[in-house]
Design a protein around this ligand. Structure first.
Ligand SMILES: Nc1ncnc2c1ncn2[C@@H]1O[C@H](COP(=O)(O)OP(=O)(O)OP(=O)(O)O)[C@@H](O)[C@H]1O
Ligand SMILES: [Mg+2]
Length: 446
């Protein structure tokens, strides 16, 4: 596809397969879904960009669950790969927003592309649009999606459309169900649609070889979803009671009276994890903050953790944790204590009992609530290396792939598969601390 902007400006983009279908579609709700790296985001961004260029005065919206993740991913692709030339020539300009107006790209023909996250919906949801693109749309709730639909009535384009791009999730995800029910149209995007990774004759490009090598390292449900593009559920899920519509909640201001716990699992090649949990007066636990990084020194993690809790003046930003519950490596623990300036206590590491305690916390109680929650956006930063390797980047992302190790001969599973389980261990430690009682009988040597 080539579009002349002026005499000597052209943008070249070759849409294939689902990407081409996307450009032809006038359906009001459309989902472009498929494995990792098939060109879904690029296609949707081109769709929005070209519509803005060719239809003066239209209003578009690019959205993700959180504004921060939009800025670090989708908008980078937009600025570098889609609108670089248009921006360089001043045909579109970035506008950083104001107290009343959301940030946007303003095109010289009067079109705008507003950008934002559903975590801060006020400014974006008070306006009207012709075309909306939600990237990584499985992160949204169906309510988010439906409230976006109510904003699609600007009427400057003869058709209005809401586009979602995503990787497959569990088969019961609302996006899949919405498509199955015919309320949204699903376009299935494949690796062969991406000319950066596959040639038209079906051979793999050099860039594709590197990329597929990463995907080939995936296992379990992540391989099914991100390599094969299947809406698959993991078999042998350990936390099968976890339901993100129940346990994953929007962040709220935690009352100062609630107790706080810090929990730490060490790692370097594997991620090191620091979680912060709040406990309400009824004993429910809320994961409200998390550091989740590979290849970061204990010292650096501890410094960052301290900065998150304590002002440079030494005054606490939030209630001090009642305890820092810690993995057992003596040397790492000493480093952690030094830079955190807090003492630590050893985690109760019994696996089976700990897992059972977490499982029962996920269960809905007679008061209609579970006893454990994860707050959306708890992870402070996404680790780019883990992200590139398509590994989980947060505890929440681990839960849905945490499975029992299958024993030969089909015997009942006894142990979890030791893979992508670091946030799972950390979560188990805090629950063990609260529910299993007693401290492990061990002495720190260090
Ligand atoms: N038609 C195309 N022409 C050239 N390069 C492309 C094309 N489609 C995709 N690419 C490149 O392939 C890479 C992956 O594309 P993109 O990020 O859009 O994939 P995605 O399907 O959104 O991936 P994910 O599942 O990780 O979100 C990017 O570097 C992109 O620029
Ligand atoms: Mg994408």
């Amino acid at each position: 596809m080539t579009t002349a902007l002026d005499q000597d400006t052209t943008v070249r983009y070759e849409p294939r397969g689902a990407a081409r279908d996307l450009f032809r579609s006038r359906d009001s709700e459309i989902v472009i879904a498929g494995p990792a790296g098939t060109g879904k985001s690029l296609a949707s961004l081109f769709r929005v960009h070209l519509a803005a260029l060719h239809n003066p005065g239209i209003r578009c919206l690019i959205i993700r669950k959180t504004a921060v993740s939009l800025g670090s991913t989708t908008l980078v692709t937009y600025e570098k790969k889609v609108a670089a030339d248009t921006l360089a020539r001043g045909i579109a300009r970035w506008y950083g927003g104001s107290p009343r107006e959301a940030p946007c790209y303003r095109y010289s023909n009067g079109s705008v592309i507003v950008v934002g996250g559903m975590d801060k919906p006020q400014k974006i949801m008070s306006a009207e649009y012709d075309l909306v693109f939600a990237d990584e749309a499985t992160e949204l709730t169906e309510t988010d999606w439906e409230s976006i639909a109510t904003r699609l009535r600007n009427g400057a384009l003869s058709w209005q459309q809401q586009i979602a791009a995503c990787n497959p999730e569990r088969p019961t995800h609302w996006i899949k169900q919405r498509c199955d029910q015919g309320r949204a149209k699903m376009l299935i995007s494949r690796h062969r649609d991406n000319p950066a990774y596959m040639n038209a004759d079906g051979t793999v490009t050099e860039q594709g070889r590197d990329y597929f090598a990463k995907l080939d390292n995936l296992t379990g449900v992540r391989a099914l979803r991100l390599r094969e593009g299947r809406w698959a559920a993991a078999e042998g899920l350990i936390y099968d009671g976890y339901d993100e519509t129940v346990h994953l909640i929007d962040a709220f201001k935690i009352p100062n009276e609630w107790g706080r716990w810090m929990v730490v699992d060490f790692g370097f090649t594997n991620p090191m994890i620091i979680q912060w949990w709040a406990e309400d007066p009824d004993g429910r636990l809320y994961l409200y903050r998390e550091l989740y990084h590979s290849r970061r020194l204990v010292e650096d993690m501890a410094r960052q953790a301290r900065e998150l809790m304590v002002y440079p003046s030494g005054q606490w930003r939030e209630p001090q944790p009642r305890a820092v519950i810690c993995d057992h490596d003596a040397e790492d623990r000493a480093t952690l204590e030094k830079y955190l300036q807090l003492g630590t206590q050893p985690a109760e590491k019994k696996v089976r009992a700990g897992i059972q305690a977490v499982q029962s916390r996920f269960k809905i109680q007679p008061d209609c609530k579970p006893r454990i929650y994860i707050m959306r956006g708890a992870r402070v930063e996404r680790d780019p290396e883990l992200d590139q390797a398509k590994k989980p980047t947060s505890t929440e992302e681990e839960i849905v792939g945490y499975v029992w190790a299958v024993k030969p001969g089909g015997a009942a599973p006894e142990a979890p598969l030791k893979e992508n389980d670091h946030g799972m261990d950390t979560m188990r430690y805090v629950v063990a601390e609260r529910d299993l009682g007693g401290r492990p009988r061990m002495r720190w040597v260090g």
